[in-house]
Design a protein. Structure first.
Length: 49
């Protein structure tokens, strides 16, 4: 029973983190024009992890 409670608590703690990891925002200013390269680099970095 105690292990089930620990698993439930861990699931409720980890659940919001999964939703936050669904999007990545790469901040850019007006000088940066190649936004596809920035997002491609981010995608590549996440794939390497």
């Amino acid at each position: 029973m105690r292990i089930a409670r620990i698993v439930c608590v861990m699931a409720f703690v980890a659940w919001p983190m999964a939703g936050a990891a669904q999007s990545v925002l790469v901040p850019m200013d007006r000088i940066q024009e190649n936004h596809l390269k920035a997002y491609g680099l981010t995608y590549w970095a996440l794939e390497q992890y």
